[in-house]
Design a protein around this ligand. Structure first.
Ligand code: RTP
Ligand code: MG
Length: 138
């Protein structure tokens, strides 16, 4: 059944000029881009987005990084979108990512790892609402 997920092209990938190539991979894999925009978020906004990781040792570095430059948040749709996007992204650490995945091709490190994807239905709903209003999603 058709499902929506949330993704971000992270600041490292935008800086390196990989936005178009990553979007091409996403479309080639059968995702429909429901909504997309360019954004720059503050440290506080990054902390809100990644609040589930607040107690992790990497939280400071992660939120500094995510607020370090422009990003492209987007809403994607296809059958099994949440799991399929995670598969297309590859492992969090690109050193462990499978050949052909976005992180294998475009990520430099576990921190500068090019793309975010929601990990479950409830987090997808929270993350879509964090960046997009209902009227942007028709
Ligand atoms: P994301 O949420 O960005 O899609 O990444 P993920 O699910 O693959 O990984 P997650 O465990 O949710 O971690 C969120 C982001 O935090 C950074 N991280 N750094 N230094 C570290 O050990 C470490 N672990 C995670 C990564 O940038 C990861 O994408
Ligand atoms: Mg995650």
């Amino acid at each position: 059944m058709s499902q929506r997920t949330f993704s971000i092209i992270k600041p490292d990938a935008v800086r390196k000029g990989y936005t178009g190539a990553i979007l091409a991979e996403i479309e080639k894999a059968g995702f429909k881009i429901v909504a997309i925009k360019k954004a720059s978020i503050s440290k506080a906004q990054a902390q809100g987005f990644y609040h589930v990781h607040a107690e992790r040792p990497f939280f400071g570095g992660l939120t500094d990084f995510m607020s370090s430059g422009p990003i492209f948040p987007m809403v994607l749709e296809k059958d099994n979108a949440i799991a399929d996007l995670r598969k297309l992204m590859g492992a969090t650490n690109p050193a462990n990512a499978e050949e052909g995945t976005i992180r294998k091709q475009f990520a430099a490190s576990i921190e500068e790892n090019a793309i975010h994807g929601s990990d479950a239905e409830d987090t997808a709903a929270f993350e879509i609402g964090y960046f997009f209003a209902g009227l942007e999603l028709i």
